[in-house]
Design a protein. Structure first.
Length: 531
């Protein structure tokens, strides 16, 4: 890093901290602190949705997969565009109408208190061990690889700087800094993309240097990582869970001024999610091609992005791209700090101490954020000790438990007849089956070819997710029909927050509808062009 690069990075930190602390005035209510007083506009909502999703480990992983397998990994990003439309058009009206602040709270209103506890505890555990620690570790790696700063010093800097404005500013500080970080991230990624294309001689030269099928989004059903059947039927299940029911994501739309602003934000984020194919995956393909012709040295596929930054970019641009990487990890870290604090405060502390004042709940939320920072730092040694194996195992836990959660949310909004007994049975069965596969994988258990064990525990991860969703759906419906229907006040509440067909009063499509159709069309075009 040259002096100019360091100046750019310091300037980035100054801007982000300035914006963060500008919005850090005293918060007296939980709505102010955790939901930015529910008055955020669509541009900030959309930017925050994108930034809270994209972390440094995300960038490195996408580029690494691009280097090893081509564009197929971008299917997750493209499908996310459709999931965001599902969030905006289908789920958002019910979430905002219910007046909830958290996703577990919605489950309690729809089903029961035990469902709320299940999702709350599960989400908090997943945030601490799979998001906070991994993102902090990624920050340390970025500092060490690109700036020569010791890993622990870099990790500590990221945590302190991000935690500071998150603790005092709440969600408002988080979403506004995420807006700036999205812009910096996109600019930095464009610099890497054009730098790589320029070095190799353009798009066609890159395509000519790739292996057969590397530029195709569609892989055979037998493909170990990206089978087309898994991408079409399994990945959307995970997408519903992540984009439509995860607190870290949905909290952004809950902070919107109204349903219209929330929906516009999801559409905007949907367009942004088209970009990772070109900005994050293609640079990985470029890195592999440039390493092949000797332009750069690539030690491993996961080193694709750092190698491009260090070996291709000139002074100044190197600092800009590093700022983009730091923006990605800081935005992801800030969002999960705030969401985890929200769950602990509103779903656990306020349930155990229901008579606490709003001001005390806010103070507790700030204290919780500090605790999350400390826990994240404590857990980093375990991440670095076990390497990628532990990280992949923890991600597998999330994937295996997501189908039952997706089932109870999706069907719960669609059908009023479903009840608490059905939801609890589906969540329980899904958890047992999912964890059985996880334990089987960890223990390295082997099954004879053609056996039930081989069928259930040996199938592709995405195929398993689709199958588990079907099983949980059958259990949810069957148990609900075999037990009494919701009645009394619960039935009235369910009627208010579930789907009812309504007549469309306007014969012309709105701007939001038009843009949604454009986004769907864009997805179809990409599927065709990269087939």
């Amino acid at each position: 890093m040259a002096v100019l690069d360091i100046v750019i990075i310091v300037l980035y930190f100054a801007i982000i901290l300035g914006i963060g602390f500008y919005f850090s005035k005293k918060k007296d209510t939980t709505d102010e602190y955790f939901l930015a007083n529910r008055n955020i506009g669509w541009f900030v909502v959309g930017s925050a949705l994108f930034a809270s999703n994209i972390g440094s480990e995300h960038l490195v992983g996408l580029a690494g997969s691009g280097a090893s397998s081509g564009v197929a990994v971008a299917q997750y990003e493209i499908l996310a565009s459709l999931m965001l439309l599902l969030l905006g058009w289908f789920f958002v009206p019910f979430y905002i109408k219910s007046g909830v602040a958290t996703m577990p709270e919605f489950l309690e209103k729809r089903y029961s208190s035990s469902s709320r506890w299940y999702l709350s505890l599960l989400s908090i555990f997943a945030y601490v061990v799979t998001k906070i620690a991994v993102t902090i570790a990624a920050g340390g790696i970025v500092f060490e690889a690109l700036m020569g700063i010791d890993f622990w010093t870099g990790a500590f800097l990221v945590v302190i700087l991000t935690g500071a404005y998150t603790v005092f500013g709440g969600l408002r500080a988080v979403v506004y800094t995420e807006t700036i970080q999205t812009i910096i991230l996109l600019i930095g990624s464009l610099v890497v993309l054009f730098g790589g294309l320029n070095a190799i001689g353009g798009w066609n030269a890159m395509v000519d240097s790739t292996a057969d099928g590397a530029m195709s989004l569609w892989k055979p059903m037998s493909h170990p990582d990206f089978p087309w059947t898994g991408m079409m039927f399994g990945a959307p299940i995970l997408g519903i869970w992540y984009w439509c029911t995860d607190q870290n994501i949905v909290q952004r739309v809950l902070s919107a001024k109204d349903v219209d602003q929330a929906r516009k934000g999801t559409i905007f984020a949907g367009f942004l999610k088209i970009l990772p194919l070109f900005l994050f995956v293609v640079p990985g393909i470029l890195a592999a091609a440039l390493a092949k012709n000797g332009t750069i040295v690539l030690d491993s596929n996961d080193a694709a992005l750092p190698a491009m930054v260090k070996q291709l970019l000139p002074i100044g641009l190197r600092g800009l791209v590093t700022a983009g990487l730091l923006a990605a990890l800081m935005s992801s870290l800030a969002s999960v700090f705030n969401s985890c604090s929200t769950l602990i405060t509103l779903d656990i502390y306020s349930k155990l101490s229901p008579n606490e004042s709003q001001e005390k709940l806010v103070r507790f939320g700030q204290l919780t954020t500090v605790v999350m920072v400390i826990l994240g730092l404590i857990f980093i040694p375990f991440i670095t000790l076990f390497g990628d194996g532990l990280f992949q195992s923890l991600q597998s836990i999330q994937g295996l438990i997501s189908p039952p959660i997706a089932s109870v949310f999706l069907l719960g909004v669609l059908f009023k007849r479903l009840n608490a007994q059905g939801a609890e049975a589906a969540l329980g069965v899904g958890f047992v089956i999912g964890m059985s596969r996880f334990i089987s994988t960890i223990l390295g258990m082997e099954y004879s070819v053609g056996s039930w064990g081989d069928f259930i525990f040996g199938m592709n991860f995405l195929h398993f997710a689709a199958l588990l969703f079907v099983v949980c759906t059958v259990v949810l419906i069957a148990v609900s029909l075999l037990t009494p229907a919701p009645s009394g006040e619960k039935a009235k509440l369910i009627k208010q927050i579930t789907y009812e067909k309504s007549e469309k009063s306007n014969q012309y499509i709105s701007r939001s509808e038009f843009l949604s159709y454009v986004l769907v069309g864009l997805v179809l075009v990409l599927w065709y062009l990269f087939s």
